[in-house]
Design a protein around this ligand. Structure first.
Ligand SMILES: [Fe+2]
Length: 189
């Protein structure tokens, strides 16, 4: 499950309910989803979308999303450094950024209009909805891979608007990883 860090307060939250409650307070939806059937590590986009069809359709209705796809990024992805350079600058979108992680691990930083910056480390089974207009940035964890379902409100997609703030450079992206939970396996693809 996701790990929430509040660096300015030296706090780390790990329980799914605790994380969901904190994020709800700053307008971010966090849920855990279970696949309807076991998924192979090399499952196709169609197989992934089928395994989570009930959850995806439910979220489409709730959030007004009209399209879903699967993004698959890893160390072999062409243009990865340029892609990551865009993600890690603080920005917002005109539509929600919705990600359900199927494999891999990443770090969303969110800067609420009031309250401290939080970092949300997402892994397999985590759904995060970052509402339109929310200031945020994203890093991959050291495994440099993420496979995720994305949902969109506008088929035209979304473009980042950069805040031109250097706040992202003030927060070291720290992935705690599965090792933060030494007695539990959190890799559940
Ligand atoms: Fe974004």
């Amino acid at each position: 499950m996701a790990t929430l860090q509040i660096p300015d307060e030296n706090r780390t939250l790990t329980g799914a309910r605790e994380v969901a409650e904190y994020l709800s307070g700053i307008g971010i939806t966090y849920e855990r989803w279970e696949a309807s059937a076991p998924l192979a590590a090399d499952a196709s986009a169609e197989e992934i979308l089928a395994a989570y069809a009930t959850e995806v359709e439910g979220l489409k209705l709730r959030g007004g999303y009209v399209a879903a796809d699967v993004i698959n990024v890893n160390a072999r992805t062409q243009g990865l450094p340029e892609m990551l350079a865009k993600f890690r600058r603080e920005h917002w979108h005109d539509e929600d950024e919705v990600r359900f992680v199927v494999q891999g691990r990443g770090l969303f930083h969110v800067r609420p209009r009031s309250g401290p910056v939080v970092s949300i480390e997402v892994e397999a089974g985590d759904l995060v909805c970052v509402p339109a207009g929310t200031w945020h940035w994203f890093n991959l964890c050291p495994s440099m891979e993420i496979k995720a379902i994305r949902l969109f409100q506008q088929p035209a997609g979304w473009a980042p608007h950069y805040t031109e703030s250097d706040v992202a450079s003030q927060y070291e992206p720290v992935c705690l990883g599965a090792s933060y939970f030494p007695h539990t396996s959190h890799e559940q693809v």
